[in-house]
Design a protein around this ligand. Structure first.
Ligand code: SAM
Ligand code: SF4
Ligand code: SF4
Length: 339
């Protein structure tokens, strides 16, 4: 695939830079901030993009300048033969970064295969180090498995291992110092994420958000002063470093949204492309693929849709007097949209 045109920019001059690619909507946890409902409507299996379709789609995005892809879900490790998909995507010329976000439950058995397939970076979600609390947050009993998965990832030779913690007031905000210490023991960098009012986060309330400034205060109280580092490119996390060199990040998605620099979009496992985490409508790329679109047609559709992008979801929501999570359609759910 070749495209010699200038970089794809949206109406606010933001490039098509990174893609979160969901490979399944299924999950083996039921985190309260993501999947709190009793039952879900799953995407029909025949609608899920096959590996060859995912490769073609990613090839089109990469040719348009999108050089970073993150595999996500649902739980991406539930997708059969995932290391094979990693191999296919790694071979895309122009792709500079490939990463994966997982809940870690199945990681112990897959970490080495993923590293050998060429996955450079992995992020494991970890909100607590207490088994009973893990059960209460995720409705499943799996903390020891997740911790073994993180240890396996730490040994598997990834270039980067990160841990992501969603911090909720009165739920796990007392564990911030312990999570820092645990990450350091695993040679991982931890990032604390503000609890967001997205998709299925029906238990969200403004009171339960622990703002970035408060997270930093808690860390400095337990671990001493932290130094702010230079932000890397368009990464959402503000990087910090403790006096002993321990790095950590804080993602202020609610208190200081980063929409103005946002180059990120999302493709669901059934090929719907959303320009923003909060976007209510997507573009049906599966339909195009299955209707026999050529690579050039695929690229042209993506380029022209991106040219019309004006989304600033989180910043627009700052002005709302009443905030509730958007839900109602499976495609609006966080586990379908990929976080
Ligand atoms: N299942 C994988 C996992 O949990 O890492 C990947 C998909 S999950 C939807 C991606 C990320 O979204 C996770 O780090 C999760 O913590 C985050 N997430 C889900 N709901 C959230 C919410 N309401 N606020 C903040 N982060 C959320
Ligand atoms: Fe939890 Fe990730 Fe599953 Fe959502 S998709 S319920 S965040 S493990
Ligand atoms: Fe990007 Fe939308 Fe998130 Fe803003 S709310 S940072 S535009 S995905």
């Amino acid at each position: 695939m070749q495209d010699n045109q200038p970089p794809s920019l949206d109406t606010l001059g933001r490039p098509l830079g990174s893609l979160r690619l969901s490979v399944t909507d299924r999950c083996n946890l039921r985190c309260s901030y993501c999947m709190p409902a009793d039952s879900y409507t799953w995407l029909p299996r025949e609608d899920l993009l096959r590996f060859e379709e995912l490769r073609r789609l990613c090839g089109a995005f990469v040719s348009l300048g999108c050089d970073r892809i993150r595999l996500t879900g649902g739980e991406p490790l539930l997708r059969r033969d995932l290391p094979e998909l990693v191999r296919l995507l790694r071979a895309l010329p122009g792709l500079k970064d490939l990463a994966l976000t997982t809940n870690g439950l199945l990681l112990e058995g897959l970490a080495r295969q993923l590293a050998e397939a060429g996955l450079p970076r992995i992020t494991v979600s970890l909100d607590t180090l207490q088994p009973a609390r893990f059960m209460s947050i995720s409705k499943r009993d799996g903390l020891p498995q997740v911790l073994r998965g993180i240890a396996a990832a730490s040994e598997a030779g990834f270039e980067s291992l990160k841990l992501d913690s969603v911090i909720m007031r009165g739920v796990n905000d007392d564990e911030i110092p312990a999570l820092i210490d645990f990450a350091r023991s695993m040679r991982a960098e931890i990032r604390f994420i503000e609890y967001m009012d997205v998709g299925g986060a029906s238990q969200w309330s403004a009171e339960r958000v622990v703002p970035a400034a408060e997270i930093l205060k808690i860390i400095e109280k337990s671990h001493g002063p932290a130094q702010r580092e230079t932000t890397q490119g368009r990464a959402p996390a503000t990087p910090w470093r403790l006096g002993d060199g321990t790095p950590f990040g804080i993602i202020a998605s609610m208190s200081a949204p980063f929409c103005d620099a946002c180059d990120r979009s999302r493709v669901t496992a059934d090929g719907q492309w959303f320009h923003c985490l909060y976007a209510e409508r997507g573009t049906d790329l599966r339909g195009l693929l299955r209707a026999g679109a050529t690579d050039a047609e695929l690229m042209s559709s993506i380029r022209s849709a991106w040219a019309g992008r004006d989304d600033r979801g989180a910043m627009q929501r700052l002005g709302l007097s009443v905030r509730t999570a958007i839900s109602g359609d499976a495609h609006n759910e966080m586990h379908v949209r990929g976080g």
